[in-house]
Design a protein around this ligand. Structure first.
Ligand SMILES: NC(=O)c1ccc[n+]([C@@H]2O[C@H](COP(=O)([O-])OP(=O)(O)OC[C@H]3O[C@@H](n4cnc5c(N)ncnc54)[C@H](OP(=O)(O)O)[C@@H]3O)[C@@H](O)[C@H]2O)c1
Length: 249
C-alpha cells in the first residue's frame, strides 16, 4: 500500500523549474519537506519563494545552488553539505543538443554532463546521506526518445539510453535503496521557453492530434509518476513511461 511522505525529506536536483518544481510541490502536498537545487541562484531563490508561499502543510523548504557541470567535486560537496534525506529526484537537464550528426562533436561529452554524468556522481555520493531502506529512493529522468528516437535526436537517445541502463545497475548496487527512472513524453515546461511560439504551438497541436490521450501533459501531471516511485517500496530498477501513449501513436 502506498504511504504518504509525512516526515520525509525529498531532494530535487533540477527543482527550480518544470517537472522537478512540480515534483517538489507534490512532495510538499504529501507531507515531505523539500530541498530544491539547480545551477542558477536567482532561479533557486525564486522557486524556493514560490514553494514556500504554496506550502500547504508549512513544511521546511530550502534551496541550494549546485552547478552539476562542476562534476564530481561539485556534486560530492553538494551532497556532503545536506542533512540526511529519504528521496532524491533528479530532473536537471541543460539545453538539448539536437541535430546530430550536424553538430559540433567537440561538445559531445559535455552533453552527457548534467543528465548522465550527474546521476553517476550522485549515485556515489548521495546514498551515504540516506537511510539504507526500501523506503529510500533515487528517481532519475530520461525521455521517450529512448524508445522512439526522432531524426536529429541520436545523441539525446544515447544519453537517455545510458541513464536507463545505469538505473538498473545502480538499483543492484544500492539495494535496498530503490532506484528508478521516469521517461516523460512531451511536457509543457520552461524547457520549451526558448522555442519560438509558432514552432512550439505546431509541436503541441501535432502531439494533441497523435497522442492516444489527446492532450499534452503539464509538469503537475507528470510529477505524479515521481511521487508513485517515491512511495511504492516494491518498485526498483524500473522505467516508468509517462508519454500519453506517444510511443504507440
Ligand atoms: N519537458 C519535456 O517535454 C521533457 C520531455 C522528456 C524529458 N524531459 C526531461 O526532463 C528533465 C526535466 O525537464 P523540464 O522540462 O522540467 O526542464 P526545465 O524546466 O528546463 O528544468 C531543468 C532544470 O535543470 C536545471 N539545470 C540545468 N542545468 C543545470 C546544471 N548545470 N546544474 C544543475 N541544474 C541544472 C535547471 O535550473 P538552472 O537553469 O537554474 O540550472 C532546471 O531547474 C530534463 O532532463 C528533460 O530533458 C523533458
Amino acid at each position: 500500500m502506498a504511504t504518504n511522505l509525512q516526515g520525509k525529506r525529498v531532494v530535487v536536483v533540477g527543482g527550480s523549474s518544470g517537472i522537478g518544481f512540480a515534483a517538489a510541490k507534490l512532495a510538499l502536498v504529501n507531507g515531505a519537506s523539500v530541498i530544491i537545487s539547480s545551477s542558477n541562484q536567482a532561479k533557486v531563490d525564486a522557486a524556493t519563494k514560490r514553494l514556500s508561499e504554496f506550502n500547504p502543510g508549512g513544511r521546511e523548504v530550502e534551496g541550494r545552488v549546485c552547478d552539476v557541470k562542476g562534476g564530481e567535486s561539485a556534486i560530492k560537496a553538494f551532497f556532503d553539505a545536506l542533512p540526511e534525506f529519504d528521496h532524491l529526484i533528479w530532473t536537471a537537464g541543460d539545453p538539448l543538443r539536437i541535430g546530430y550528426p550536424d553538430i559540433d562533436l567537440a561538445q559531445t561529452q559535455d552533453a552527457f554532463a548534467v543528465r548522465a554524468l550527474g546521476p553517476i556522481y550522485a549515485g556515489k555520493y548521495a546514498p551515504s546521506h540516506m537511510p539504507k531502506s526500501s523506503k529510500s529512493s533515487i528517481t532519475l529522468t530520461i525521455g521517450s526518445v529512448v524508445r522512439k528516437p526522432r531524426k536529429g535526436w541520436a545523441l539525446i537517445a544515447a544519453i537517455a539510453g545510458s541513464v536507463e541502463r545505469f538505473t538498473k545497475g545502480l538499483a543492484v548496487e544500492l539495494a535496498p535503496i530503490r532506484v528508478n527512472v521516469v521517461s516523460p513524453g512531451l511536457v509543457k515546461t520552461e524547457m520549451w521557453d526558448s522555442t519560438p511560439a509558432e514552432q512550439l504551438n505546431a509541436i503541441v497541436s501535432g502531439a494533441e492530434k497523435t497522442l492516444l490521450v489527446q492532450h499534452v501533459a503539464d509538469a503537475d501531471e507528470v510529477a505524479e509518476a515521481y511521487l508513485y516511485l517515491l512511495k511504492c517500496g516494491y518498485v526498483t530498477g524500473e522505467t516508468l513511461n509517462v508519454d500519453g501513449g506517444g510511443v504507440l501513436a
